[in-house]
Each structure stands twice: as C-alpha cells, then as structure tokens.
Design a protein around this ligand. Sequence first.
Ligand code: KG4
Ligand code: ZN
Length: 360
Amino acid sequence: MPTDYAKNCERQLESLRDKEDITILAIESSCDETACAVTRGRNVLSSVIASQIEIHKRYGGVVPEIASRNHVMAVSQITSEAIERAGIKPDDIDCVAVTYGAGLLGALLVGVSFAKAYAYALGKPLIAVNHIRGHVAANYIADPDLKPPYICLIASGGHTAIVKVDAIEDIKLLGSTQDDACGEAFDKVARVLGLPYPGGPEIQKLAREGKPSVLLPTPLKNSEGYDFSYSGLKTAVINYVHTKEQKKEEYSKADVACSFQEKAVEIMTDAAVRAAEDNGLDTLVIAGGVAANERLREVMRNKAGKKGFKVYYPPLNLCTDNAAMIASEAYNLIRTGAKPADITLDASATVKITDVSPRV
Ligand code: KG4
Ligand code: ZN
C-alpha cells in the first residue's frame, strides 16, 4: 500500500517533468568523497566535496570502514554548507537525489540513509542515481550543447567501459573491462613505483619527465569487440619493475610511468574511436576519474580530430567523484518520467551501467 508520502512524491515528480529549472539537492558518498551539490536545471549553484584522500593515503588505498565512519561525520555539515553556498532555503529544493550504487556498501549506506531522511523530512521526492551514469551526465553540465547520440568512454577507479548513448536515458553497453578498471591499474602501478594514493594524478605527473621506452603488451589486441583488459598490462609493469629490482639494474620510474600511461591511453582511445566509426557517430565523450588525465584528453582530441569527430570531456572537478554529476543524472531521470525511490531504498555495491534505477 503506497503511503501518502509516496503518492505525494509521485505527483510532485509528474509536475516537475516539464519544469526546466528544477532545484535538486544531491548527495554522493560511494567511495572516499562526501559530496553534496545544489543544481538548478543544469546550473551548479554549489558543489561541496569533503575528500578523505589524506586519511586513506597512509594505508595506500581506501579502507572501507574508515570511509563509512568519515562519511557519517561529514554528511550533515557538507549538506548545510551546500545549501548555504547555493543561497537557497531547504524549502526551495524540488527533489533530493542520492547515489545508491555502485561503490562501497557501507559508504553508500550513509548517503542513502541521510538522503532518505532528508527527503522525507522535507516531504520531497527522492531519486536514486546510478553513480556510473552520473559520470556520463557530468558532461551535460559542462557542455549544455552536448546531445545524444554519441559514444562515451567511461574510465574510473571501479569501471572502464565503452557505451553508446542513444538518448539521455538510453545507454547501451558496447564493451567493458574483463578484469581491472583502468583507474585501478593506474593506482596499482603507482603503488609499485612507490607513489602515493590515488595513483592516477601521480603517474601523470611523473610521466611528463619520462619517455615511452618500456615495451608493454596490448591486451585483447586482435579482438573485434570493445572489451578491455587492464590486469595484463598492470602485471607486465609490475614484472618489469620487480625484475629490474631483483637484478639490481638501474631503471627510470618516469619512463615506466610514461610507458604505462601511453599504453593505457592508446587502448582506450583506439577502442572509443573505432566504436564511433563502427556506429556511424561523430561525437566522442569521456567520463570518470581517469577522464581527468591530460594525456588521455590530448590523445583523444588528436585521434578524433583526424577523423573530424567532436570530443567532449568535463572540467577536472567534474571528472572525479562529485555530487553535481549525480544531480545532473537525477535531472535526466525526472525529465524522462522516473518514479521516486521508495522509502525502503537500499544501497547496492554493484550496479550495471544499464541499470537506470534500483532493481527491487
Ligand atoms: O571516478 P573516480 O573519482 O572514482 C570512481 O568512481 O572510481 O575515479 C577515481 C580514479 C582513481 O583510480 C584515480 O587514480 C583516477 O581516477 N584518476 C586519474 C587521474 N585523476 C584521477 N587517473 C589518471 N590520470 C589522472 N589525472
Ligand atoms: Zn566515480
């Protein structure tokens, strides 16, 4: 039996569907960032991020239990700050959005529980957002002229995939990693080179001083699909470093970082450009934490430029985890007729890119 609150939320979402300047408060807590943003339409009124990187650095990666506890301590204050910086009152909020997955279960639960309570207290609808689709939606904030259809390369710490976006709500998976995600490989290679977490920005910095002189394999080279494998590439780098160290031979860490980054970028950009060609599309989009990589952006621009394709990617602060992208995906969902999340909404550690809303 739907409650009065549930029925009321459904009505509210129906009437918001045709409104352009919907005010959304979004919460994101899937990994090591507690984030809250307020958006109006595609405009970001505020975006507050409390990063836990300094806390997890000493362990060389994210410790899930520590992440959850820090989300609990931060979420309320971050939300108040986002509202204050946006210059709105809680009553101005039309809808609350929250990441329900994918991510660390305990970390997600903090955001989900808080958002459910917040939406209920305001008497406003709650929208459950798939984090991976949020990364794609970050691009609509950055480039309001971006319109499907396009090919999107999603590369983050947990996912690496090529998707075909036929409409804002219609995303088809063309290929994905068979093992490690690209960001995960950056983090693991960084660790073997003695660089701190998160490894992506550190590899990028060190790679600027190196040459791509270390020969590395191209996994799944002859496959016709768009799947990736980053585990083999990562292992090849680790073996190279360990062999050099065992033999007490000199080697350049900068060259290793540069060679790994070049290969990682080559694999992703080749697949994305091929996917665009095969599908007769001329627009390429990059999303996710690894989209912040300067070399990935440059190589994608070059390869796409040669084919006459357009390339879109978000500014750096919208590539890595943030809540504005969650609000942007919630906006897509509301405008395409989504139903509000139920008050029994649960977090999911794993979700598929094609999951528009939670499986119940
Ligand atoms: O999207 P994100 O913030 O979190 C997940 O949803 O996973 O992505 C984090 C990942 C980390 O693996 C991090 O090392 C990587 O993105 N990353 C980068 C860069 N900045 C962040 N990788 C390569 N180059 C960068 N500049
Ligand atoms: Zn992410």
